[in-house]
Design a protein around this ligand. Structure first.
Ligand SMILES: [Zn+2]
Ligand SMILES: [Zn+2]
Length: 160
């Protein structure tokens, strides 16, 4: 979904809650939707300040909470314990994460095989499985080869 489409959904969600869109809230939402996923509040705050230096931390925090309540942001907790947020995609774009334990890089993937496995496990144990959450932890290629790079969060789901 494009940033514009997400912004329209945000405006609609605000209206449904009887809230008005404000310039600061819009700036925060636009940066969030356009960013490469998995931002902590601090990282989003830093990115928003580059666009609008008047925005305060509390406003960023509250807007993220609002985005979450509207179903437009998903909160993730990986091993480092920090809450991270990413835009929510459509259902067919569900993805899982593989995380480098050394540099913190987060890569997204989706696997048909995993979907099938989830169903098979559910059936075997008498469940109807609606969703899953899988986090794989390891060491990325750059770290293994000693090529140090800035930790980064790749966006774009690798399909297996
Ligand atoms: Zn790494
Ligand atoms: Zn993700």
């Amino acid at each position: 979904m494009s940033v514009r489409a997400r912004m329209r959904r945000f405006e609609q969600a605000l209206r449904e809650r009887g809230l008005k869109s404000t310039a600061q809230r819009d700036d925060i939402a636009r940066v969030f939707f356009g960013a490469e996923g998995h931002l902590s509040v601090e990282e989003l705050y830093a990115a928003v300040r580059r666009v609008n230096p008047r925005v305060g931390y509390a406003t960023v925090y509250r807007t993220l909470k609002l985005l979450k309540e509207c179903g437009l942001a998903a909160e993730r907790h990986f091993d480092d314990g920090q809450a991270r947020y990413e835009p929510v995609e459509d259902d067919q774009q569900q993805h899982d994460h593989i995380i480098c334990e050394r540099c913190g890089k987060i890569v997204e993937f989706a696997s048909q095989e995993l979907e099938r496995l989830q169903e098979r496990i559910g059936r075997f144990l008498g469940f109807v499985v609606g969703r899953h959450r899988i986090e794989l932890y390891g060491i990325c290629a750059e770290c293994r080869e000693g090529r140090r790079r800035r930790p980064r969060s790749e966006h774009g789901v690798h399909r297996l």
